[in-house]
Ligand binder design. Structure first.
Ligand code: GDP
Ligand code: MN
Length: 390
């Protein structure tokens, strides 16, 4: 789960990372009020959306008067901001963050991620941060410094100092950097984060380190024990198809093709995506019904998949272990009748109660296309698509 910049700054600030003071605004008037309240002569107004790349997309601006803050804020509210990190539709802007402008001498990059290979938290840092960091990662990957943290010792002093030296910091900046690194590490570990990113981490004109941007995302599987984090969820930033599916205990992933997939288990989903592509098709999405799915859950799965207008055929692929093929078959038949299905539906069932399941499908008298193997199901789904040229 992602959170907004201002929320990440609040959290990291409480762990000891130096962050600018700022104010949140829900309207242009409030943005102007915040600027006056903060004082000074220049402010940075920043769209709060769950995506980076806002600067390059016009979602961050330096304003030199309160009037400019208000006018710029008015142009942002309610807009869809599309950045390099969003899809073409972008994300809705409903909150702005206003900060006094800061005088920047250098921009650094600092990230904490989970490195699956070493099974450790990894620090990624660069002396050249800012908006071009992604290009740098491609053109000059060696310029990124990486360091993994041993969970038994945590981030130790000498490691943190080594990293600070490596970034070319000097004097009190080194102590400041050590504090920042330790604070980020503790926030990451104590709050079940998946990612902490500060870009840019700047050296101000006065020579101090300051986090001008912050991003955090959290492990959704741990949210139950982090109510203070769960509370920060902002549904306006999510794909409504995915949020609605989540509300019903279904895991949905939106893709760009036209074959809607109802599957149990992420591994089977991956295999099914591969088989569809091998057969010459493209998945529109996949929906994981999980284990022990009731017929009602299968009906909800159909409704969710059908909500995607790009879907032209549905492929149901169930390998039942904990699931029961007869329940899934009942759900398929029920869904077909309830939603008034007009699209071809291909069903492949295997595993627990498969004979009962097949009998239910057959006995329904519905024009379901059945298959025994995954390869056959994928091929039939691709073949069943309406001829788009016609
Ligand atoms: P992002 O593009 O979504 O990552 O948004 P950022 O918060 O990183 O802002 C983009 C860029 O705006 C930063 O890389 C900075 O160069 C610039 N910026 C942000 N805050 C300030 C500020 O207070 N003063 C100045 N001069 N530039 C800023
Ligand atoms: Mn940034």
């Amino acid at each position: 789960m992602d959170i907004h910049e201002y929320q990440a700054k609040d959290i990291l600030g409480r762990f000891g990372v130096p962050v600018p003071k700022g104010g949140l605004a829900y309207s242009p008037e409030q943005a102007a009020y915040r600027a006056r309240e903060l004082g000074g002569h220049a402010w940075v107004v920043k769209a709060q959306v769950h995506a980076g790349g806002r600067g390059a997309a016009g979602g961050v601006r330096l304003c030199r008067s309160v009037e400019e803050v208000q006018t710029y804020a008015a142009s942002l509210f309610g807009r869809q901001l599309a950045t390099k990190q969003t899809d073409a539709a972008g994300k809705g802007v409903y909150r702005l963050w206003v900060e006094p402008a800061c005088d920047i001498a250098r921009e650094l990059y600092l990230g904490f991620v989970l490195d699956r290979k070493s099974e450790r938290i990894m620090i990624v840092a660069s002396a050249h941060g800012g908006m071009e960091i992604e290009d740098l990662a491609e053109t000059d990957p060696m310029s990124l410094r990486r360091m993994t943290i041993d969970p038994a010792t945590g981030l130790v002093e000498f490691q943190a100092r080594e990293l600070a030296f490596g970034l070319g910091l000097t004097g009190t900046q080194i102590t400041q950097m050590v504090t920042i690194l330790k604070a980020c590490y503790r926030a990451y570990r104590d709050l079940d984060a998946m990612m902490v990113e500060i870009n840019p981490l700047v050296i101000t004109g006065a020579g101090d380190l300051l986090a001008l941007d912050a991003k955090m995302s959290f492990d959704t599987n741990a949210l139950f024990r982090r109510p203070e984090i769960a509370e920060l969820r902002d549904r306006s930033q999510e794909d409504p198809r995915e949020s609605t599916a989540g509300d019903h205990g279904l895991a949905y992933v939106g893709l760009t093709g036209d074959i809607g997939c109802i599957i149990n288990g992420a591994g089977l989903a991956m295999a099914t995506m591969d088989m569809i592509k091998l057969a010459g098709g493209e998945p529109a999405n996949f929906l994981d019904i999980g284990g022990g799915a009731s017929p009602e859950r299968v009906v909800r799965a159909f409704r969710t998949v059908l909500a995607d207008r790009a879907v032209s055929v549905i492929l149901v692929n169930i390998f039942a272990g904990i699931n029961r093929c007869d329940w899934v078959a009942e759900g398929v038949v029920k869904a077909y009748r309830e939603v008034g299905m007009t699209l071809p539906v291909v069903v492949r069932l295997a595993g627990t109660n498969v004979e009962e399941g097949k009998a239910i499908l057959q006995g329904s008298g519905l024009p379901l296309i059945t298959a025994d193997t995954l390869a056959e199901a994928a091929a039939k789904a691709v073949a069943a698509r309406p001829n788009l040229a016609a």
